[in-house]
Design a protein around this ligand. Structure first.
Ligand SMILES: Nc1ncnc2c1ncn2[C@@H]1O[C@H](COP(=O)(O)OP(=O)(O)O)[C@@H](O)[C@H]1O
Ligand SMILES: [Mg+2]
Length: 205
């Protein structure tokens, strides 16, 4: 399987923005891009859901089910949202879904849910799914205070499970980074032994 697995230091750190910008770039290069998200929660809340943003960015014609087989209204951990809906998220169904999405595409851009240790089921974490797909990780993180710790913890959790980390992306990166933000970028690269990129603030709808 070709592609990337976009994770992050947690919820609301820019995973979807980073995944969508990667998908858009690959599509602009003429690649056929498929997208996948193991579970979407919080459909009850306002805003465009992740699977819709990803599909648009990729220019993909996948159905909702093909992008995100498990979708729930309440904004909560997928294992809990599934349980309240009377079901369990199945590893086999996810792997089958991701393989089907990747079939016939040049690249699969998969977005995780929350951070790496979020449970899809009590015995199947987002990290386990990433390991099953064996795609290189892109870690979305905030530029500001607190990000060194969150990012290094995420890198440790990834490497402890043998996952390959392609890069960290700090987002949204300000036009004029403060000394703390500039230092965070260098410190994460040095202590995390990882490539650190930045993504400027995009004009999103
Ligand atoms: N580069 C960026 N440009 C514009 N908005 C951004 C950028 N990075 C993050 N954001 C904003 O931060 C919030 C969280 O981003 P999102 O990608 O939805 O996070 P996650 O997928 O990790 O929950 C959103 O409101 C998003 O628009
Ligand atoms: Mg998201």
């Amino acid at each position: 399987m070709n592609g990337v697995f976009v994770t992050g230091t947690g919820t609301d750190v820019g995973k979807t923005v980073v995944a969508a910008s990667i998908a858009r770039k690959l599509a602009a290069e003429g690649k056929r891009v498929a997208v996948f998200k193991p579970a979407v929660t919080g459909l009850d809340e306002e805003g465009t859901p992740d699977h819709v943003m990803l599909r648009e960015a990729a220019g993909s014609s996948q159905s909702d089910d093909e992008v995100a087989p498990y979708r729930y209204g309440p904004p909560m951990s997928p294992h809990l949202a599934a349980s309240l809906a009377g079901e369990e998220i199945s590893r086999e169904r996810l792997l089958e879904g991701a393989r089907t999405a990747a079939d016939g595409a040049d690249a699969l851009v998969c977005e995780g849910v929350g951070g790496l240790l979020v449970p899809l089921a009590l015995d199947y974490l987002v990290r386990d799914f990433a390991a099953d797909l064996a795609l290189p990780l892109v870690v979305a993180a905030s530029p500001g205070l607190g990000t060194i710790n969150h990012t290094l913890l995420t890198l440790e959790a990834a490497r402890a499970a043998g996952l390959e980390v392609a890069k960290v992306v700090l987002t949204p990166w300000p036009e004029e980074p403060s000394p703390i933000e500039a230092s965070n970028r260098e410190t994460i690269a040095a202590l995390g032994a990882v490539e650190v990129e930045t993504l400027p603030r995009l004009g999103l709808r």
